[in-house]
Design a binder for this molecule. Structure first.
Ligand code: SAH
Length: 345
């Protein structure tokens, strides 16, 4: 029997099993989903088509979790939200308004243990994984705030999603559920620094969401210098797993590549990157580095980024330069949170 779990964090399938377990009907799970995600009620008492004793039973077994909005910072196209969890820890989510819809970048952990040299999030060691409901509530509370639908979700905020794999997968199943937020798998992206066994696992989930790999360097020597995870899972293993993902899902994979001045933005790096990804059903997203305090890396000059991009293009590697969102609202990973923690001291 499931005990005192958040009602938001539970997939419809698991909820069906729960109802069967208490001798009720499976379809109750769908009823509950409609109350939660269509009617957006915030208490079992508002589920008016349920009998009183069932409501009491649900209250015994489930809670209605929430997260509290602490600060919102906005510019024209980006809003950054800082939320406080029940145990007072703080996490952030970023809303981006694209011409194709509203997209949210959510956090998957409090802190991060991956320790990438250029990343602010990694400065705070992981305190704990986020629960499924804490991930879901980031989407729901931002939707509530803007009074509009969110059509795209990227799991690219603070944390390493594949270090919280099971919760992330349940979260994806819930937001994808037609009776919940109904966000299509093609509108859901998970980004990983390259935890190889989980790339294989995701390929077998039958989920077909977008996979983004934080590559950031075209060879092991450089990658190990800026991304500690490369010591555990070197490039050749990451690439093998990515090929497997593409073969099994037929989905195009994204390689993220932050442009760090004088580190990974040379012509040689561009050519090495070409040989690494050429022929794969993949594309490279070049990301201008968002400079952060206390970290010495600098963003590549625009001319350097364009030159890098041209080399990829000339060699038939599909690539884009990421449009910048939110540098005014500290939207790079971990920045808003970091500023506010520093502000508190
Ligand atoms: N842990 C996951 C997801 C969170 S990080 C991952 O590594 O993919 C999301 C992306 O932002 C990663 O590609 C990360 O390398 C990148 N990133 C981190 N700090 C950044 C910064 N200051 N500017 C630009 N991108 C950054």
């Amino acid at each position: 029997m499931i005990k005192l779990q958040s009602i938001y964090g539970i997939t419809r399938k698991k909820l069906e099993t729960y109802f069967e377990g208490i001798g009720d009907k499976k379809y109750r799970a769908t009823q509950i989903y409609e109350w939660l995600y269509r009617n957006k009620v915030k208490s079992f008492d508002d589920m008016t088509n349920l009998k009183k004793d069932l409501i009491e039973k649900l209250k015994e077994d489930f809670t209605f979790d929430d997260i509290k909005l602490v600060i919102k910072q906005e510019d024209e196209l980006t809003s950054k939200y800082l939320f406080e969890l029940n145990d007072k820890h703080r996490i952030e989510a970023v809303l981006m308004r694209h011409d194709y819809g509203n997209s949210i970048c959510i956090s998957s952990q409090i802190g991060c243990n991956m320790g990438c040299a250029f990343c602010q999030s990694g400065r705070l060691k992981k305190i704990r994984d986020l629960t499924v409901s804490e991930m879901l509530l980031q989407v729901m509370r931002v939707e509530e705030d803007i009074k509009e639908r969110i059509s795209h979700v990227v799991i690219m905020g603070i944390g390493e999603p594949f270090d919280n794999y099971d919760n992330v997968i349940d979260f994806v199943r819930i937001i994808n559920d037609p009776f919940s937020l109904a966000i299509g798998v093609r509108h859901i992206t998970v980004s990983t620094c390259g935890i190889v066994p989980k790339i294989y696992k995701l390929a077998d989930e039958n989920l077909d969401i977008n996979l983004a790999i934080s590559l950031h360097a075209p060879n092991n020597e450089l990658r190990s210098k800026i991304m500690r995870i490369n010591n555990a899972y070197p490039l050749e293993e990451v690439m093998k797993a990515v090929k497997d993902y593409i073969d099994k899902t037929n989905r195009r994979v994204t390689f993220e590549y932050i442009m760090l001045s004088g580190v990974n933005d040379t012509k040689e790096c561009a050519l090495e990157l070409v040989s690494l990804v050429k022929g794969l059903n993949a594309y490279v997203n070049l990301i201008p580095y968002n400079e952060t305090e206390n970290i010495e890396f600098k963003r590549s000059k625009t001319s350097q980024i364009t030159e890098f991009y041209d080399i990829l293009k000339k060699n038939n590697v599909t690539s884009t330069i990421r449009k910048e969102f939110g540098s005014n609202v500290s939207a790079a990973c971990g920045q808003l949170r970091a500023e506010n923690i520093e502000g508190e001291i």
